[in-house]
Design a protein around this ligand. Structure first.
Ligand code: 8YV
Length: 334
């Protein structure tokens, strides 16, 4: 029996479509997918080279992309049978959506399920950067702590400070809602001003980006990466910030000009930064390692068991829907 539901693609239902899962995933998700597909996994979790990715995709109808693995135009060109790219992340700048759309390949993401968890991590970065938590933890581990020094080890107050949120989508709003507990003033900038109901719920006031940079004690970024957001925060923007201000980036690396940030941290033009994402991750500029006023994390914004399970389930459901019905929830290419 032939199933021709999938646009321009017919396969014998006796033969399950072949899919690739690019990195280690929960065994439960693999088991669910194996009910529908002939699954090739990568439970060793060693990232594929670009060449290996192309080889693995050569005979696949679908791919579940984990860990921000790149599916670029060359990978898509090397996958003549590919019908669905299910990205296991809300951001999808790792996928060449234009190249996929040109082939009518469905691309999906996992919105909604990771907002609160990413907002939590943003706050962890804020506190850690404000109080030098990771630097001081390294100090205790070094065994060199001898006494409490009253006018040393001093950080910045989070409570009562002004929080500036650039990018006020779901994650930005989740960050804003938490600020009420710390009695903070919240200002935001965004492509478009939000409705007054949302502003009220977030207790946030709209300001222009330059004004936000001038006023905020903590500046946190929550927009997707795009060509227009490339180096949205560079030397010029950092120069507007207060010397006591803290910059947080749990969004995407390319949004911040890392060389400008390193320079500003080195010269104490801003007080500190908390960074979960890097321009060329997992490579981290070694200059960061020499700085005590930066908290560095390995892209763990969504990394809790509960949330990663939800993301994996959603990506799997997107893939199943895409390959069995020809359309899917959470399409990013319409
Ligand atoms: C993931 C993310 O780290 O959802 C996103 O956009 O950056 C993360 O949640 C990751 O790419 C997991 O596959």
């Amino acid at each position: 029996m032939l199933n021709s539901n999938i646009r321009g693609f017919a396969f014998d239902t006796e033969m399950k479509p072949k899919i690739l899962i690019t990195r280690e995933l929960f065994p439960q998700t693999l088991a669910t997918l194996a009910q529908h597909f002939d699954v090739s996994g990568n439970q060793d979790d060693v990232p594929f080279t670009a060449q290996q990715m192309m080889q693995h995709l050569a005979d696949k109808a679908g791919v579940l992309v984990v860990g921000g693995d790149r599916i670029d135009a060359a990978a898509i060109a090397a996958a003549p049978q590919l019908k669905v790219i299910a990205n296991c992340a809300v951001g999808y700048n790792n996928v060449d959506v234009a190249a996929a759309s040109a082939r009518r390949i469905l691309v999906t993401n996992t919105p909604g399920v990771l907002d609160e968890t990413t907002a939590d991590l943003t706050w962890a970065l804020m506190f850690a950067a404000a109080r030098g938590v990771t630097e001081r933890e390294r100090f205790v581990r070094s065994g060199k702590w001898e006494s409490i020094r009253f006018i040393r080890n001093l950080g910045l107050d989070v409570h009562g400070a002004t929080l500036g949120i650039i990018g006020m989508g779901r994650i930005g709003q989740a960050v804003a809602r938490r600020a009420a507990g710390f009695n903070m003033r919240v200002i935001y900038s965004n492509r478009a001003r939000l409705g007054s109901d949302i502003e009220r719920a977030c207790n946030a006031s709209y300001v222009e980006k330059a004004e936000l940079l001038r006023q905020a004690d903590f500046v946190t970024l929550h927009m997707p990466y795009s060509a227009e957001n490339h180096h949205l925060i560079g030397a010029k923007e950092i120069a507007l910030m207060q010397p006591s201000a803290v910059l947080i980036n749990a969004a995407r690396g390319g949004i911040v000009d890392e060389l400008a940030l390193i320079d500003a941290l080195k010269n104490k033009r801003i007080a500190a930064a908390g960074i979960d994402v890097f321009e060329n991750e997992p490579k981290v500029r070694p200059e960061f390692f020499a700085l005590d006023n930066v908290v560095l994390l390995p892209h763990i914004g969504s990394a809790t068991t509960g949330t990663r399970r939800k993301m994996a389930d959603l990506a799997a459901q997107n893939l199943i829907a895409g390959l069995t019905t020809g359309t899917a929830p959470n399409l990013v290419n319409g």
